[in-house]
Design a protein around this ligand. Structure first.
Ligand code: E4P
Length: 223
């Protein structure tokens, strides 16, 4: 399973990149706003800055919601860097635009997926990725991971090449569950990725190894 980081923070992207397990980045307008990035030029420059840190796919979301606007904006974003993936919302004009981008060889990520039917439409339109938001489904008492499972079955039934990019991940167990049910990618906050490193028995075990090594070394000095 590929690991993407879900942030527009250059510091966090660098930190994740240094861990050696990062395959890409997803952003959205809220994440860009959180970093104080506003204005067309600043937004475009920020995407280029992200692409210079990570050697992997970087999702850049369109703001337009009409077909012509989505196409215009998406083509502009795609021209910024070969790693840019155009993020398009799951709306009627968005699905039409997915088809257009797919015919043009421009890679896409269909965002705001909350049902299997939406994921099926996006795959039929040729989306490169679909982003089911599992945390937001859990927030409204619906099983987000179950949706990933459902989409996996549908895509496998028809050999759709669209990759399932599990999004809106809240904690490390979401990552494990997504891996169990066959998500292709998980896009996560840095905290969920780093939490995977930790286990108290690893900490205790390492302390014991190191103290035994030290004791043996001290014995060796005395002998
Ligand atoms: C996905 O690409 C979105 O940016 C993201 O995962 C949304 O997550 P949230 O529900 O934590 O805002």
């Amino acid at each position: 399973m590929k690991f993407f980081i879900d942030t527009a923070s250059l510091a966090q992207i660098k930190e994740a990149q240094e861990l050696g397990v990062l395959d890409g980045v997803t952003t959205n307008p809220s994440l860009m706003a959180k970093e104080g990035i506003s204005g067309a030029n600043a937004v475009l420059k920020h995407y280029v800055d992200i692409c210079s840190i990570v050697d992997g796919d970087v999702s850049a979301e369109v703001i337009a919601t009409d077909y012509d606007g989505i196409v215009r904006e998406g083509e502009h974003l795609a021209a910024l860097h070969p790693n840019i993936v155009v993020k398009v919302p799951m709306i009627r004009d968005g699905v039409k635009a997915l088809k257009y981008f797919s015919n043009k060889g421009i890679r896409t990520n269909c965002t705001l997926i909350f049902s299997a039917g939406q994921a099926l439409l996006a795959a039929k339109a040729g989306a490169t990725y679909v982003s089911p938001f599992i945390g937001r489904l859990d927030d409204v008492s619906t099983d987000g991971v179950q949706l990933i499972e459902q989409i996996r079955v549908i895509y496998d039934n028809y050999a759709y090449p669209t990759e399932i990019l599990a999004a809106s991940i809240r904690h490390p167990m979401h990552i494990i569950q997504c891996a169990e049910v066959g998500a292709d990618v998980a896009t996560c906050p840095l905290s969920a990725i780093t939490a995977l490193f930790d286990h108290p028995l690893t900490t205790i075990g390492l302390e014991k190894f190191l103290s035994d090594h030290q004791k043996a070394a001290q014995k060796g000095v005395k002998a």
